[in-house]
Design a protein around this ligand. Sequence first.
Ligand code: FES
Ligand SMILES: [Fe+2]
Length: 377
Amino acid sequence: MKAVKIFNKTDLQIEPIERAFTIPSAWYTDQQILAYEKEHLFPFCWQYAGTGNVLPESGDHKPVTATGTPCLIVRDNDGRLRSFYNVCKHRGGPIATCPGNSKMLKCQYHGWTYRLDGSLRGVPHFRHAELFDKDAFGLTPVELRDWEGMLFLRCEKGPVDLHELLEGISGRISPVRLNDMGFKKRVVYDVNCNWKAYVDNYLEGYHIPHVHPELCDLLSIQDYRTELFPWYSLQLSPLKAKESIYSPGGGEDQAWYYFVFPNMMLNILPGRLQVNLVEPVTASICRVIFDYYYTNPQAPETDMLLVSDMKYSENVQQEDMEICEQVQLGLQSRAYDKGRFSVEMEQGVYHFQKLLKKFFRGDFANRGNKIYPENQK
Ligand code: FES
Ligand SMILES: [Fe+2]
């Protein structure tokens, strides 16, 4: 398979963490690798697409992007949520450019109309077209699933179902229920680093004393630990301070930091959830979305909580962005290719990179993923 030639075979080998090297710097800098990921990784993986409760009525629709792919989420006449590529079958125009409600969907370019089930309805000024089968020009569907009130899209059939991807999270965080939380605020950051450099950084607490010294008063770094699961990892750090941003009023001091392969984080705290999504833009730029959810999004006290949460996150995020941008320059330099892992502190980074290698190697090919040559007769 042509695309596989961009990978050096030894770089795809999986060694135990004690002996493993980190993925090579080219994976963070090469446009070809990014193009490969956009073609062969992200379309096969579930992508977080916000919450469904903003579309209560039939005809409600909103455009979203799934790692750069324009998609549209629609509530159809039966009250069911559906998703399509937000791409008209005439000449590729957008069906919707902002959220709205309508009985049918109308392309913004030349006005072709589609029913809420995606079938093509009206085609203006097309009387003289020959051999034109309207049934073959419906919107292309995208797989849509709901988990705990959040929506996930997948453009191509991939190796894992959504419930399998996230299995065990709801039980682990109980009695906290993500479904009880409502969307409050979105903040977007553009960061000058490859999306994987940002993910790597999220996945370890090794850097905390050096990059976030102020957090050492809050977190008990020596007790920091990472747990690994098939498709996600969980970071836990007991909190030192009983009265803190994490536990206003004290008492409830449990926090869960989930990373879900390949590019989503769920930061769960009592009463609130912060979802992070890391989207590639170019090989050396990523976009990081922070969505804030709260148990009582409309309550006046939630506004105060949001302000203090955002202030806290903003500080940490600035520190993380600065170090990730410096790391990107290091990865681009001639001085660096591959490094090694701290067995105590970098289990999460190793786990992410191992899943990535497995994806690229085709280890999931027999599970519905049709991108690998050994699976193609
Ligand atoms: S591109 Fe949609 S009607 Fe022309
Ligand atoms: Fe950090």
